[in-house]
Structures are given as structure tokens and as C-alpha cells.
Design a protein around this ligand. Structure first.
Ligand code: BES
Ligand code: ZN
Length: 471
């Protein structure tokens, strides 16, 4: 398989400061929350000796080894593609090695239009391909030129014929369509549009250019950093590329479910879930989003194998989260009402190890901002352990949403810096969803360790909590 090697470039961008997002209808319920919330008794045990069973054993370096395998050995893991299957196999073999029963759950997902940009030295980058451009494994080869602008025919030099044209994407779809049309008329053999800015102020991700007519050249959507890297290389001399693209059809994505049955008869089917999505967006190695959550889950699976629990415990790696929370939706959809009623808590780490300084806290986020057993158990664990990183909050956008919608207590764990809840003003690393979401650029061992301890201790408390009717 092709490994994605990304040239590392230090970037200084003016894109900084906090993000102001849509005003929330809520007041600021979290500003003052620092102590253990009332309404949650942690097994009547305020000392942290039980916590030590987890704290002493969890090891961020082991979790980061999983991140390394997923983000470097495999690389980008778009939902439904082979790379996601490789991630699934990796998770499954890890869970099996700890003695868990493992099951795969497949579900259909829509086609993916994936571009591959190959360099003479064998490196290659993944991008999005326009469904209406050429989709072929027969490479289009050519030299790259960078064209400034592109919405005007006069922007293209006389020698555009046969060249692969790189342009900075205009923000409106109508305008980037004009750029593509002009490049085609000037004789380009391929077009690469560089994305500029992402939805949450992050650097631009790869994308599938949307065109209204068919063109017989490949048209690709590059991540912002890929465009920068190409421009840098152009400054050093000519750059030759081979462009290929493929429509991947009849795709199946997959969830991997590892189960640890309680030996306690009175557990009576009650279960607790630790879940993390293993897929990433096209072109992104997804070290923090979300090899980090997957790595945390696998490390806790290793530590928990040594302990009996009073409830069933499931470790689930979801597929195709980035394509619309599809794995989690599928999982919840196929449960009977009785099975839903039996799920006491869903812990869903997603982006739990960023090194981005401004992401100061590990938030336990529910969809509606209410606290539940997941937020309470982890905030209480933080209080017992003297860990002041953990705070409750309100956020959607991950696999806890389908569980919440089915009435199942769930929360997302994510490192963020939140300046204000109303209006929502937050800091999140700019490299997420980009080729820069790598261990080197985006993973902190300390942040991972903190997340392992707090989530691990909270989860342990919940699975060891006496089941109703237990002596
Ligand atoms: N980890 C992100 C969610 C996220 C990112 C939360 C930044 C808070 C700040 C997740 O993998 C993601 O990208 N979710 C998608 C969900 C969508 C496909 C339904 C998103 O938010 O775009
Ligand atoms: Zn994501």
C-alpha cells in the first residue's frame, strides 16, 4: 500500500485567536464547576485506592504506539476504504490479544471519490477527486504550475497547455467552478484546487470539487498544507506529478466490538461502552482525530482485562464517524429497546491528546449540556485524583450523539479551550482534519496520560459500581 509521507513544514499563519460560534441558547452553566458535582456518589468511596488500580497501570506511551500504527503505518483511514478495514483489523487483533470476544459489524456507506497525487520519489498524497472530472488509474502526468487567481482567462500563462494547474480555491463554489473552467479552456491537463480554511477555523481539508459539467481531466481538492508544500517545492525547481483517481463503490464500513462479560450474575445484561471512531477524513492521518481516542480505548482495554467488572463492558471502534456518525448511528439503530435500556453509560473519547496549548481542558461534553453518569463519574474521578483538567460541557459532533438521541447517557471527551459558552468561544487545534494531524505536530503524551487516568478511573468506578439488587 501507499504510505503517505508528509513533508513537515513549520507554518506561521495569521489565522489565530478564538473562534466565535453560534450563540448557544444556554447561559454559562459551566463557568464555576470545579468541584465534585452533587448527585453522584462514587461507590461511597472517597479515597482513591480503587483509582490506583487504573492510574498505576495506564501508560500514555502505549496508547501513542496505537496512534503510531493507525496514523503512520496505515495513514489516512476514510470510511469505507481498505485503510479503515486495516484499522479495524488492528483494533480487533489488539482486543483479541487481551482475551475479549470480538465481532465485526458491517454497514453500507456511499461512494468515495479519492485522488492520489504521486511524486517522482515515490511519495504520494491523498486528496478528494471531483466526481465530474476524470476518474482513472491511468495516470495523468505533467508539470505543475501555480496560477494566481484563475477566475479570469487572462490569469493563465501561454504555456498552460499540458500542465497541471494549482490554484488557491475561491471560497464560493460558483467561483471555483469558474477557475476550473478557465484552466480547462487554457489547456490544463489537470487541476488541483487548494483549500483555504476549514469549518472551525482549522487549516483547509481535502475536498471533492463539485462541478456542474463533466471534464475530461482530473480535478482534485487539496488540503491547504498540500498546496503550500507544492508551492514550496515549485520554488526549488520543476515538480512533476502523476494524478490518478478512483470512484470507490459498493462500500462497506465497519464497527469493531470487543466484549468483556461480567461474571456477576446480577449484572443482568447491564452494560457500559467505551467507544472511539477509528476513521479519519481523506488525506488526514488523524493522529488526534481520532487515533488518540482509539489508542486510549485500546490502552484501557489492556488495563481492564485484569479486573472483574460488575457490568458487561464493551470496547467499540466505530467506522465512518467523519461521514456523518454512520457507525454509531448504525450501531444504535440495530439495538432493540431492551438492549438500549441496558446501556448505562457511553464514554466516547474523540481528540484526547492534542498538544495545542490553547486546548487547556479535557471536556466531558453531553449533547444538551446536562450532566450524566459519564460526566459525573469522570469529574468526580478528577476531584479524587487532584486532576483539574476535566470539566463538563456541551457539544455534539461525535458518536455520542446517536446514543443521546436514543436516550442513552453518553459524553464526548475532547481537549479544548473554552473562553465562553454563550456565545460559544473556543480554541481547538488548527491541524485537525488535515495532513498535519500527526503525532509530531499534534500529540501530547501528558494530555494523553491525563485523559487515560480520568476517563479510566471514571469508567472503572461506573463498571464496578454495585448493580441494583446486588448484595
Ligand atoms: N472530532 C470531531 C468533532 C469535533 C471537532 C468536535 C472539533 C469539536 C471540535 C469529529 O471527528 C468530527 O469531525 N465530527 C464531524 C461530525 C459530522 C460528520 C456529523 C464534524 O463535526 O464535522
Ligand atoms: Zn473529525
Amino acid at each position: 500500500m501507499t504510505k503517505n509521507k508528509f513533508k513537515k513544514v513549520a507554518l506561521t499563519l495569521a489565522l489565530s485567536g478564538a473562534l466565535v460560534l453560534s450563540a448557544s441558547p444556554f447561559a454559562s452553566p459551566y463557568a464555576e464547576v470545579v468541584e465534585t458535582p452533587i448527585g453522584y456518589t462514587s461507590n461511597g468511596n472517597q479515597d482513591s485506592s480503587k483509582d490506583q488500580k487504573i492510574i498505576k497501570r495506564v501508560d500514555a506511551e502505549r496508547a501513542i504506539e496505537h496512534i503510531r500504527y493507525l496514523s503512520e503505518e496505515i495513514g489516512p483511514r476514510p470510511g469505507g476504504l481498505n485503510a479503515e478495514k486495516e484499522a479495524a483489523d488492528y483494533v480487533a487483533s489488539q482486543l483479541r490479544s487481551h482475551g475479549y470476544d470480538v465481532e465485526y459489524q458491517y454497514f453500507p456507506v456511499a461512494d468515495q471519490f479519492i485522488a492520489e497525487v504521486a511524486f517522482a520519489n515515490g511519495d504520494s498524497w491523498q486528496m478528494g477527486a471531483a466526481p465530474n472530472g476524470t476518474l482513472s488509474n491511468d495516470p495523468v502526468s505533467g508539470e505543475v504550475i501555480f496560477v494566481e487567481g484563475g477566475t479570469d482567462a487572462s490569469d493563465f500563462p501561454a504555456d498552460t497547455e499540458g500542465k497541471i494547474v494549482l490554484m488557491t480555491r475561491e471560497s464560493s463554489t460558483a467561483n471555483y467552478r469558474l477557475q476550473v473552467d478557465n484552466a480547462v479552456n487554457a489547456g490544463a491537463s489537470g487541476v488541483i484546487l487548494q483549500s483555504v480554511v476549514g469549518g472551525r477555523g482549522n487549516y483547509g481539508s481535502t475536498f471533492n470539487p463539485s462541478l456542474t459539467q463533466a471534464y475530461d481531466i482530473p480535478v482534485f481538492g487539496a488540503a491547504f498544507i498540500q498546496g503550500e508544500w507544492l508551492k514550496e517545492q515549485l520554488e526549488e525547481g520543476p515538480v512533476a506529478l502523476e494524478l490518478t483517481a478512483e470512484q470507490h463503490s459498493n462500500l462497506e464500513s465497519v464497527n469493531v466490538i470487543g466484549t468483556k462479560k461480567s461474571k456477576n450474575k446480577k449484572a443482568n445484561g447491564k452494560e457500559v461502552i467505551l467507544s472511539a471512531h477509528m476513521d479519519s477524513v481523506v488525506g488526514a492521518p488523524g493522529a488526534n482525530d481520532n487515533a488518540s481516542g482509539t489508542g486510549l480505548m485500546l490502552e484501557l482495554a489492556r488495563v481492564f482485562k485484569g479486573y472483574n467488572t460488575d457490568k458487561d463492558l464493551k470496547f467499540i471502534a466505530f467506522g465512518s464517524e467523519e461521514r456523518g456518525l454512520l457507525g454509531a448511528r448504525h450501531y444504535v439503530d440495530q439495538l432493540t429497546q431492551e438492549e438500549r435500556d441496558n446501556i448505562e453509560a457511553v464514554f466516547n473519547p474523540d481528540m484526547v491528546a492534542t498538544k495545542y496549548e490553547e486546548a487547556r481542558n479535557l471536556y466531558a461534553m453531553t449533547v444538551d449540556g446536562s450532566t450524566n453518569i459519564v460526566t459525573d463519574s469522570t469529574v468526580a474521578a478528577g476531584a479524587r485524583l487532584g486532576n483539574s483538567d476535566i470539566l463538563p460541557g456541551k457539544f455534539g459532533s461525535s458518536d455520542h450523539v446517536p446514543f443521546h438521541n436514543a436516550g442513552i447517557p453518553s459524553a464526548l471527551f475532547i481537549w479544548m479551550g473554552i473562553d465562553s459558552w454563550d456565545p460559544l468561544v473556543y480554541h481547538i487545534e488548527k491541524v485537525y482534519h488535515t495532513p498535519q494531524d500527526t503525532i509530531e505536530d499534534n500529540i501530547s503524551s501528558e494530555r494523553m496520560q491525563s485523559a487515560l487516568e480520568v476517563i479510566g478511573a471514571g469508567l472503572f468506578d461506573v463498571v464496578r459500581k454495585d448493580v441494583p439488587g446486588l448484595d
